[in-house]
Design a protein around this ligand. Structure first.
Ligand code: ADP
Length: 161
């Protein structure tokens, strides 16, 4: 069974990676799908985010990364995906995630949404927190894969110089 793990991943965190590793053990194939969403004004281009994901998941033979435009359900249909995987960090994620799951179900009844609870050690992590810490020169080595930490320091050193 193939599952799609869609999101912004701007950038990939160790919380995302934990979910990917656990999902990869459960399903035949896991596609990390990076949404091209210009309205979110991302720090990293889709190509940079795909490179970050590919490098951090190189040890996982059944994981691939792809960019997509438009509706997640349409991309899922085009790629013969059986289910969408999402992570739940806290109760605060729940309303939003349930709303998206119901919307997707109304658009594509054959597609299921599956939730994995975040590892407690990573439940405080979000891409925006990571960017905020990195922007002000804080250490993010325990929050993101090494390649992402390097990209963040390059990004913020350059903009501040
Ligand atoms: P989106 O913009 O779609 O919310 P994100 O990149 O923020 O995209 O998140 C993608 C998915 O990863 C979501 O299901 C989110 O709940 C999950 N996620 C975010 N942070 C973590 C984390 N620290 N641990 C596990 N899952 C997470």
């Amino acid at each position: 069974m193939q599952v799609l793990y869609p999101g912004s991943f701007d950038p990939l965190t160790l919380g995302h990676l934990d979910l990917i590793e656990r999902g990869a053990q459960m399903f035949d194939r896991l596609v990390v799908a990076v949404l091209r969403n210009p309205s979110k004004n991302p720090c990293f281009s889709v190509e940079q985010r795909l490179a970050q994901i590919r490098s951090a998941t190189a040890h996982l033979g059944n994981v691939e990364a792809a960019g997509f435009d438009g509706l997640t359900v349409d991309f899922a249909k085009r790629t013969a995906t059986a289910a969408i995987l999402r992570g739940l960090r806290a109760l605060s994620d729940f309303d939003y995630e349930l709303q998206i799951a119901h919307t997707n179900k109304s658009l594509a009844p054959e597609l299921e949404t599956l939730f994995l609870a975040t590892a407690t050690s990573h439940s405080f992590l979000s891409s925006s927190v990571v960017k905020e810490v990195a922007r002000f020169g804080g250490n993010v080595a325990h929050m993101v894969p090494e390649g992402v930490a390097n990209d963040l320091s390059r990004l913020f050193n350059r903009t501040s110089s």
